[in-house]
Design a binder for this molecule. Sequence first.
Ligand SMILES: [Zn+2]
Length: 60
Amino acid sequence: MVKKQVCSFCRNEIEHGRGTMRILNDGTILIFCCVKCKVAMIEHKKNPRKTKWTKVYGTQ
Ligand SMILES: [Zn+2]
């Protein structure tokens, strides 16, 4: 049974074998469903709760 992964930024589910993984210097593993999420989080350092197209937009 494969555990479903969710995107670290938008929280959408990622199909097994898809998405890109990024490991930070502190050991945190981030998984992204697409380049858009990766760029938003790593390069623009956006907050997913303030980004309209994420699943967590508007949540606490
Ligand atoms: Zn995503």
